[in-house]
Design a protein around this ligand. Structure first.
Ligand code: FES
Length: 117
């Protein structure tokens, strides 16, 4: 099963966007375009189930070079999801695999967003 997110062309370089492919009512994942597309679950490894953005789509620092968790300021490398500064340094975000169709549509398999128990 796939759920369509958007067209890849809608994502600007150096920007992030949150998505709610499973219809939970809040963004459970986000995609960053910076030297390619990078997608992660919207869950900080510092405190499980903590949403990282302080407002819609605010997943990056001011110059768009790092992913930042608004809760306690942890910073993450965009390409790898590794926390490089903050209370969960050395831990990583959980990557979400994107499926890009020939027409440029981006989709995900929503089973990647199920809560692990
Ligand atoms: S919950 Fe993300 S840094 Fe603490």
């Amino acid at each position: 099963m796939r759920v369509r997110l958007c067209h890849a062309g809608e994502l600007e370089e150096g920007r992030a966007r949150g998505f709610d492919p499973t219809g939970t009512g809040h963004d459970t994942m986000f995609v960053v375009r910076r030297d390619g597309l990078h997608a992660y679950r919207n869950e900080c490894p510092h405190w499980a189930d903590t949403s990282m953005a302080w407002r819609k789509d605010a997943f990056l620092n001011a110059d768009g070079t790092r992913i930042v968790c608004a809760a306690h300021g942890a910073q993450f490398d965009i390409a790898t999801g590794l926390c490089t500064l903050g209370p969960c340094e050395g831990d990583s975000l959980t990557r979400v695999d994107l499926i890009e169709s020939e027409d440029g549509s981006l989709s995900v398999d929503p089973s990647q967003l199920e809560t692990s128990t």
